[in-house]
Design a protein around this ligand. Structure first.
Ligand code: 4NP
Length: 161
């Protein structure tokens, strides 16, 4: 499948070291498996500046690696106003991230801003922050991101490709 402009997707959490780089890794692999890597551009960012330039959290990388996802090459960055001009979809992991993004969103934003779990078949509204918890939290994050990524690919295929 080809189209002139790539559909551009940005995943956003607080630190850009746990949830959003995991989302980037999961979604990237699923996009590749669907043969859509020439059609979709993928990135992630954090609302906070704490971890700029850092590699993802070691626990997140280990959990991802055990499922065959690669995150080693990713480095944290902070979301910026221009992201709203560049990306088509900006997906926030939780309500706090979404609120911070709404405050940053310029009037001429092209991006569709939503929650990662909007419309996903789960009781949760948010991808829970695993940073201060145990290893099980990182498995929950990956379970949710896999479900949400499948749905996002379906949505993009239905609406754009
Ligand atoms: P993330 O997790 O937003 O999923 O990357 C966190 C990472 C760092 C912190 C909080 C959450 N922190 O407070 O440093």
């Amino acid at each position: 499948m080809t189209r002139k402009d790539k559909i551009k997707v940005l995943f956003v959490c607080l630190g850009n070291i746990c949830r959003s780089p995991s989302a980037q890794a999961v979604f990237t692999q699923k996009v590749q498996h669907a043969g859509l890597e020439d059609c979709i551009e993928i990135d992630s960012a954090g609302t906070a500046a704490y971890h700029i330039g850092k590699a993802p959290d070691a626990r997140a990388m280990a959990a991802a690696k055990a499922r065959g996802y690669s995150m080693e090459q990713l480095r944290a960055r902070q979301v910026k106003v221009d992201d709203f001009h560049h990306f088509d979809y900006i997906l926030a992991m939780d309500f706090a991230n979404q609120g911070d993004l709404q405050e940053l969103q310029p009037n001429d934003s092209r991006a569709h801003l939503s929650l990662m779990l909007d419309g996903v078949a789960t009781d949760l509204n948010e991808v829970p922050d695993p940073y201060y918890g145990g290893d099980a939290g990182f498995e929950t994050v990956l379970d949710l991101l896999e479900q949400a990524s499948d749905q996002l690919i379906e949505t993009i295929q239905r609406d754009h490709l």
